[in-house]
Design a binder for this molecule. Structure first.
Ligand code: PEP
Ligand code: MG
Length: 570
């Protein structure tokens, strides 16, 4: 019988497919003494052969679906699994009287530490293979099921507690038609990724993992946040119809693809795309992006087993800048921490990771890594219209320090004969209330601001962007949020600088008229939101909305402001 869940619809559209549960198994290992080493070794050998069978099957499937290139990783895993040194290290410990799980964990820790300390990048990457293989073997020994998203080869809807950016990087976009998570809000990174991939997504359902079984048919309505579990055929029919209508509406917007974004009274604003890699550019182009307002470079650092080198980063930035040609391209320096993690770098457990050593704070703590990124960006600057942006700036000193490090690297590069553009800009994300309040002081030193409302709202409202229980406090139209945004835009303009927005609010139809009225120069959003925003702006008069701003800024509640916007929008 059909049952229904409601969450937060974060990426529009309808998807109908089988559920695929992404389990995060408990692989905690305990040390036990054993009496019969021969039996324990046999148990280990049996786990090994089950893991080998599984890996071989995945390798064949991957080769068939994505080619030998992608399958090579599983061949490497098989090599690790059958490595005689690893095996003898495990069996040696078992013979000393410890259980197989503990012996394996110990051997794996020794091997990963050894690989990680090597100079050779190829060898360092092997540490990740050892970790993956150990996980698979431990799951077999402990008798727990581990999902293998890289093996998905049919259309599915992912059901997960949360979809972390690194898990998403492993998903095959061809088969993943939508996702539903227990936790998260409109601006959690899972939600942002859903919009980037243009797949329907519902987050923050709280109970999806408790109620949706593997393989059951699921309908996801990412527009209103509804999830139907095991729907009747008549319901599937209704939703097929809705899906078609959604597609048709989307096609109607296509007439805006090659138009500039202009209000009804002829004012041009720039509408750009938020991207995570060069792979997102085709989608940005398909939706007529006028620039890239946010390149989240942290994705370059994920799905890797070590920090990307200067050359690797140079190639990535150069490729994006070259493809964008003279269109403005804002590249944000590394923003890791919060809900974004790297598997080769562990930050200490923090009570409040979004208030912890994140983004620029972490870059200052890892200056060599940060300087490598700055050098790659500077060297790429001659290939396009680059704007470098620092995330999570709270104090003037932080901005000055980041810029100082950039200028030092520029000096060094010039001394070494590298060409550097003399027109690149240096700006900052405006996403911490403290910085928004003193935007006038920052405006004297930066080339531009880009307002990051995802964080600005969570910090202003003291409401974790990942926590669905407080998601009602994600209020882009809250008077405090709007006053801060207004302060930032006015401060920028007083100093002759430009102000953009790359938080999700830039594509929010209930805020766009206000932003236009406040004079926001650039709106950057998930590519899939661009055409809708452009169509909306085409119907709005900038002068009229500018006139409404003083009145709006005196209103007391989000509700009142939303009502005003709805009544005055056509
Ligand atoms: C923001 O905070 O609004 C932003 C664009 O950055 P991120 O979502 O990556 O934190
Ligand atoms: Mg942010």
């Amino acid at each position: 019988m059909t049952s229904q869940l409601t969450g937060i619809g974060v990426s529009d559209g309808i998807a109908i497919a089988k559920a695929y549960r992404l389990e995060a198994p408990d692989l905690t290992v305990e040390k036990r003494s054993i009496d019969n080493p021969a039996d324990e070794i046999a148990r280990f050998e049996s786990a090994k052969s089950k893991a080998a069978e599984e890996l071989e099957a995945i390798r064949l499937k991957a080769a068939e679906n994505f080619g030998e290139d992608k399958a090579a990783i599983f061949a490497a895993h098989l090599l690790v699994l059958n490595d005689p040194e690893l095996t003898s290290s495990v069996t040696g410990s078992i013979e000393q009287g410890v259980n197989a799980e503990f012996a394996l964990q110990q051997a794996a820790d020794t091997f990963t530490a050894m690989f990680e300390s090597m100079d050779n990048e190829y060898m360092r990457e092997r540490a990740a293979d050892v970790r993956d293989v150990t996980k698979r073997l431990l799951a077999k020994l402990l008798g727990v099921h581990v999902s293998d998203p890289s093996a998905i080869d049919e259309e599915v809807i992912i059901i997960a507690d949360d979809l972390t950016p690194s898990a998403t990087a492993q998903l095959n976009k061809e088969f993943v038609k939508g996702f539903v998570t227990n936790i998260g809000g409109r601006t959690s990174h899972s939600a942002i990724l859903g919009r980037m991939l243009e797949i329907p997504a519902v987050v923050g359902t709280k109970t999806a993992m408790d109620t949706i079984e593997q393989g059951v048919r699921v309908i996801v309505d990412g527009t209103d946040g509804t999830v139907l579990i095991d729907p009747a055929d008549t319901e599937v029919g209704t939703y097929e119809g809705k899906k078609e209508k959604f597609q048709q509406d989307k096609e109607l917007l296509n007439r805006y693809v090659s138009e500039a974004t202009t209000s009804s009274d002829g004012q041009h604003v720039e509408v750009g795309a938020n991207i995570a890699s060069i792979d997102d550019l085709p989608l940005a182009d398909k939706n007529g992006a006028e620039g890239v307002g946010l390149f989240r470079t942290e994705f370059l650092y994920m799905g890797q087993s070590d920090w990307p080198s200067e050359e690797e980063q140079l190639e990535a930035y150069k490729a994006v800048l070259t493809a964008m040609d003279d269109r403005p391209t804002v590249v944000r320096t590394l923003d890791i921490g919060g809900d974004k993690e790297l598997n080769y770098f562990s930050t200490p457990e923090e009570m409040n990771p979004f208030l912890g050593e994140r983004a620029i704070r972490l870059c200052f703590a890892q200056p060599d890594m940060f300087r490598t990124q700055l050098r790659a960006l500077l060297r790429a600057s001659v290939h396009g219209n680059l704007k470098i942006m620092f995330p999570m700036i709270a104090t003037l000193e932080e901005f000055r320090q980041a810029k100082q490090m950039l200028l030092e690297e520029e000096e060094k590069l010039k001394a070494d004969g590298f060409a550097i553009s003399d027109t690149y800009e240096v700006g900052m994300m405006l996403e911490i209330p403290a910085a928004a309040v003193i935007a006038d002081l920052f405006a004297k030193e930066v080339d531009f601001f880009s307002i990051g409302t995802n964080d600005l709202i969570q910090y202003t409202m003291a409401a974790d962007r990942m926590n669905e229980s407080v998601s009602y406090l994600y209020q882009p139209n809250h008077p405090a949020v709007l006053r801060l945004i207004h302060n930032v835009i006015s401060a920028a303009h007083k100093e002759g600088k430009w102000a953009g927005m790359c938080g999700e609010v830039a594509g929010d139809p209930l805020v766009i008229p206000i932003l236009l009225g406040m004079g926001l120069d650039e709106f950057s959003m998930s590519p899939s939101s661009i055409l809708k925003a452009r169509a909306q702006i085409a119907g709005l008069s900038k002068a009229e909305w500018e006139g409404y701003i003083p009145e709006i800024l005196q209103m007391g509640t989000s509700e009142e402001i939303i009502k005003f916007v709805q009544e005055h929008s056509k």
